[in-house]
Design a protein around this ligand. Structure first.
Ligand SMILES: [Zn+2]
Length: 246
């Protein structure tokens, strides 16, 4: 575990579990213990520090009402979605709270006890499996990625270049991850700067089996509001700055 994450968790441990007079610091059957467990699960899931307290109610701007309603609806049906494998494709410009709300969905899944969840990015996919390490390494990564009831794959348009031809190693890992998740009937939440039709066509051109937007296996949510970095009521960022490879 990263030292900053250990420090983050120690705050919850020291301030709640150790000082709690209700349970005398045991955390057993106590709100303080549950709070520590929840934060531990968020860290284990790889949710970036800045989004660990993501809460839909902090987004009050009316122009985000539709996106928030769509995300709230997805969360309301989370149990069914994890059972039927319905993911979400959240797209829009930088700073429109896509990642924030993707993390919010993961946090709700943890709170609902729906099993292990994971946050990763398209960029990280090529970091975890390096070319030349052989199929065993990629296979073991893929077997891990299918243990998560819900996976958030952030910024999948990271490598998107319309003029590039062929499959890069990153594309190949992405393809295998999507295929492994879909084959296991597990949902994935994507955030992207690219419109779904463009992204789907790009995937098709590279033989990446992107889940169909029309067959009910994907909830499409457009984030077309003003970037929150330019708005007054920006979602509060709590915690440390995100660290690479964390
Ligand atoms: Zn307690």
């Amino acid at each position: 575990m990263h030292p900053a994450d250990t420090l983050y968790l120690s705050k919850f441990y020291n301030d709640t579990v150790a000082c709690c007079s209700t349970c005398n610091g045991t955390g057993l059957n106590c709100e303080c213990g549950r709070r520590y467990q929840l934060e531990y699960a968020k860290v284990s899931a790889g949710i970036p520090a800045v989004h660990r307290q993501a809460d839909i109610s902090k987004i009050t701007d009316p122009q985000y009402r539709r996106q928030c309603a769509a995300v709230a609806d997805y969360v309301d049906n989370l149990l069914q979605h994890t059972y039927t494998g319905v993911g979400a494709y959240m797209y829009g410009g930088t700073g429109t709270a896509k990642t924030y709300l993707a993390c919010y969905i993961l946090i709700k899944a943890i709170e609902k006890g729906l099993g292990p969840v994971k946050f990763t990015t398209r960029a990280e996919l090529s970091d975890v499996v390096h070319p030349g390490q052989g199929a065993t390494s990629l296979d073991s990564y893929l077997s891990t990625i299918t243990t998560y009831r819900l996976l958030a794959l952030d910024n999948v348009s990271f490598y998107y270049k319309a003029d590039r031809v062929g499959l890069s190693f990153s594309d190949y890992v992405f393809q295998r991850v999507i295929h492994a998740r879909a084959s296991a009937g597990l949902p994935t939440i994507f955030t992207s700067r690219t419109a779904p039709s463009v992204f789907a066509a790009d995937c098709e051109a590279r033989d990446i089996p992107f889940p169909s937007m029309n067959s009910g296996t994907m909830s499409v949510i457009a984030f077309d509001g003003t970037p929150y970095t330019e708005r007054k009521h920006a979602p509060k960022k709590i915690g440390d700055k995100p660290h690479k490879n964390r």
